[in-house]
Design a protein around this ligand. Structure first.
Ligand code: EPS
Length: 387
């Protein structure tokens, strides 16, 4: 059984769509929880004017009836309120008005390569889809995946570790409860001093017409060992998580566990020794591997980090070329955010949840959620899993 999802939609078009296929039937879906995640993705110090216009909510168009999945594809719609202001420019059908084309590609954005690839003359045909607005659809799909995982005892959380030059101290051990207040932080950071410094950094750079990048971390708790597989390159959980996270707009790097640090340590300080007790079964005292060994979950918390480059729409534009005249020009200047790392963490949760949900579907199969739970129980019994 496979679980897949796809998204469609342009940033200022009528709306975004996500389709999730391969869910079991009978899974209870909480509507408020879906919309809570949509709202969380809109938060964060450093967002631009667009977030004052949108109030994202998920409309279910198929696959759920009276609050339970049917086993058929689930289609989700997130409307773009801003479409009302873009109806002429983004109408699916021809309009009478003269619509101005965009010819000033932004360094770092999809604009130039997208124009060349698809043979467009108007960069709006590229940038509308390349926009990170698309992540609203991912979070809608990820919300469904999270609810599936929750039934299996899995929770997924995120927090911000770095914005621009400000780094939060690396947390050692975090329990799911430690994330309870993370959304009340304006930068979704768990460290109060770093939070203050991050807010100041965003304000300082925004005033200087700059944008910022940063690092977020996603952790998942309650996983059984054996999700993903070492048996094929594409089956490896770490490879799949890396793909899922790097596919988020502006993410340029992903690490699993203490990747960059262990690269410089001797082997004796790089791994997590294996222990066994009657009460806990197999367990570890450290989690340098971030819960993944040999391309599989090992039952410890999953820890992944993702690095974002600064947003490529700049209020003080970089040098570019007018694609019509080929003359030097300043890149497109548009309304934009200055920092999106806090929101990107919520998108990261969605991508991790979708990846893990897919692994569970592969591993456990089942047409009804009760079949999935019975298979999970049988697997835990077979391996003597006590958590
Ligand atoms: C984005 C530009 C901004 C962001 C947008 C991503 O949109 P606008 O051009 O309408 O001001 O706000 O993100 C969202 C709309 C969102 O929902 O996250 C870009 O160019 O990538």
């Amino acid at each position: 059984m496979d679980l897949t999802f796809t998204t469609a939609g342009e940033s200022h078009g009528p709306g975004l769509v996500a389709i999730v296929e391969g869910l079991p039937a009978g899974l209870a879906i909480d509507r408020e929880a879906l919309d809570r995640d949509m709202a969380r993705r809109q938060l964060g110090h450093g967002r631009g004017g667009r977030m004052k216009i949108e109030k994202d909510a998920v409309e279910v168009r198929s696959g759920i009836r009276h609050g339970r999945t049917l086993g058929s594809p689930v289609a989700l719609l997130v409307a773009n309120r801003d479409y009302a202001n873009w109806e002429e420019r983004m109408n699916p059908w021809p309009v009478e008005a003269e619509v101005e084309e965009v010819h000033l590609p932004r360094p770092g954005h999809a604009d130039l390569a997208g124009l060349l690839k698809f043979g467009h003359t108007d960069a709006r045909n590229v940038l509308e889809r390349a926009s990170a607005r698309e992540t609203a659809a991912r979070v809608a799909a990820g919300g469904i995946a999270k609810q599936f995982l929750a039934v299996l005892g899995v929770s997924v959380h995120s927090h911000v570790l770095r914005i621009g030059g400000v780094e939060a101290p690396a947390p050692d051990d975090l329990a799911p409860e430690d994330f309870a207040g993370v959304d009340t932080s304006p930068v979704r950071c768990l460290d109060a001093d770093a939070e203050r410094a991050m807010v100041e950094e965003i304000d300082r750079l925004r005033k200087a017409n700059e944008s910022l990048g940063g690092i977020f971390e996603v952790r998942a708790y309650g996983l059984v060992p054996g999700l993903g597989s070492y048996t094929t390159p594409e089956g490896r959980l770490d490879g799949r998580l890396a793909q899922a996270l790097v596919s988020i707009q502006a993410v340029k790097g992903v690490s699993v566990g203490e990747a960059w640090d262990v690269a410089g340590r001797p082997g004796s300080e790089a791994h997590d020794e294996i222990l066994f007790s009657e009460e806990r079964g197999y367990h570890r005292e450290t989690n340098r591997a971030g819960g993944v060994e040999g391309g599989m979950s090992n039952g410890e918390p999953l820890v992944v980090q993702a690095a974002l480059k600064p947003i490529s729409t700049l209020t003080k534009p970089l040098r570019s070329v007018d694609t019509e005249t080929k003359q030097p020009a300043e890149a497109l200047r548009e309304r934009t955010d200055s920092a999106v790392v806090p929101a990107a963490g919520v998108v990261g949760e969605a991508m991790v949840a979708l990846t893990l949900a897919r692994c569970y579907r592969e591993k456990l199969g089942g047409d009804h959620i009760d079949d999935v739970l019975a298979a999970l129980d049988a697997y835990k019994r077979r391996i003597g899993w006590r958590r």
